[in-house]
Design a protein around this ligand. Structure first.
Ligand code: CO8
Length: 374
């Protein structure tokens, strides 16, 4: 059975933080901390916090800015995290609100009404609560019949979500599925750590996945020719936040309860895994890397993407071949490759082929080989 992506949507928070603003705030925080612990630093009991720098961030990552749901809290050196008011149970949650806005765009693009949707999958790195599922809340908000569930494969949540939707359609369980990625990365990023404070941003993407027979003639559709998934356990990107945290009061607020990573190791270990996975997928489908019109790669680090593309193509990739959005958005976890696909696909003609690929925590890698069909 042929399954297609027939629409995408993107919700972008209204507030953006430049590297200059971020570094000024972090350096103020570091200075305050160093003053507070001056005696321990002088007596050698404590290392002073080092300053962050715009030049380092741009060179090491390619990131220039990021969108966040709350800029004031993040930039306040006395707060250093977003300030997001708790909501009563009868008000739509933040992730539901973001999801609905992105979903409406995706449905409009696919020329599909909510009544035609059979299922909702919310797939993202961090869910704001344990239950009920955010997906079921979005299902209610959009008045969709059928079923909904949440899933999490960190940075590969979107590609694994699309793969899961495709399986449900092929099995006859559903004909049209909404897959949504509300990524509130600012809530679980450690803004007080200069090694990672620049990495993430907030956003929400949505994708409509349909049996091709259901796809509207007006939609620009991409057939999923193949999916390829790979996981390999690693603690090099890890966040121990969870429901058992309060069971050990000694460690409930320790550093490991927010995002942390061994960035260098991640870079070195993931690049060959991605190159191998993509090479194998292309070979299995009788394609060379050069026959792919565009790679919508995971958007974590510009140097990582450039290296992957050099290994695949044997030359540096152009923006047309491997588009970049991380300069504006930073790493938005699972949403990154979907933003790239959302923004850069209008020039595809029938039978043009593209690859949408994610990689990150887990480790988890997911790749979709897509062919434009209308
Ligand atoms: N300013 C100035 N200097 C700095 C800063 C800074 N902000 N930060 C670090 N430095 C210093 C370091 O201390 C180090 O100093 P020294 O040489 O004296 O030890 C030096 O700069 C070099 O540091 P690194 O070796 O760490 O620098 P890299 O060139 O490796 O760049 C990166 C760091 C950018 C982190 C890079 O390694 C990278 O991007 N790696 C890939 C990581 C990646 O792709 N991770 C994927 C994570 S995303 C994911 O899976 C989703 C998780 C779920 C979402 C979580 C949301 C919060």
């Amino acid at each position: 059975m042929s399954v297609v992506l027939s629409g995408t949507g993107l919700y972008v928070p209204s507030q953006s933080i430049s590297n200059e603003e971020l570094v000024a705030s972090y350096n103020q925080y570091a200075s305050l901390e160093n003053q507070k612990h001056r005696e321990d630093i002088v007596s050698g009991l404590r290392e002073p916090l080092q300053v962050s720098s715009v030049e380092f961030i741009e060179k090491a990552s390619g990131i220039k800015s990021r969108y966040v749901v709350d800029k004031l809290g993040v930039l306040d050196p006395h707060v250093m995290h977003p300030l997001i008011a708790d909501r009563p149970d009868d008000i739509w949650s933040l992730q539901c609100e973001m999801g609905v806005l992105a979903a409406k765009q995706a449905l409009a693009q696919a020329h599909v009404s909510a009544a035609e949707v059979d299922a909702v999958i919310v797939s993202c790195s961090n869910l704001q609560r344990a239950y009920p599922a955010i997906a079921i809340e979005i299902q209610k908000a959009l008045e969709i019949e059928g079923y909904a569930f949440d899933m999490n494969v960190a940075c590969s949540s979107a590609t694994f979500g699309i793969h899961t939707a495709m399986g449900s359609i092929e099995s006859g369980q559903a004909k049209t599925i909404l897959m949504i990625n509300p990524e509130v990365c600012s809530g679980h990023l450690q803004w007080k750590d200069r090694d990672c404070h620049f990495i993430f941003g907030d956003v929400c993407t949505a994708v409509v996945i349909q049996a091709r027979s259901e796809c509207k003639p007006a939609a620009k559709a991409f057939e999923i020719v193949s999916t390829k998934l790979k996981t390999d356990f690693s603690s090099n990107i890890r966040n121990n936040f969870g429901f058992l945290n309060r069971c050990d009061p000694e460690t409930v607020h320790s550093r490991d309860k927010t995002f942390r990573q061994q960035g260098r190791k991640v870079f070195k270990e993931i690049v060959p895994m991605v190159v191998e996975l993509l090479g194998q997928q292309l070979q299995d489908n009788g394609l060379t890397a050069q026959q792919v019109k565009r790679y919508w790669l995971h958007q974590a680090n510009i140097n990582m993407n450039q290296l992957i593309m050099r290994k695949l193509l044997g030359k540096s990739a152009t923006q047309e071949e491997a588009c970049v959005i991380l300069d504006e958005f930073a790493n938005t976890s699972s949403a990154g490759s979907i933003i790239a696909f959302h923004r850069f696909r209008e020039d595809f003609g029938v039978n043009d082929v593209g690859v949408l690929c994610s990689f990150g925590a887990g480790y988890s890698l997911g790749s979709l080989l897509l062919r434009c069909v209308s």
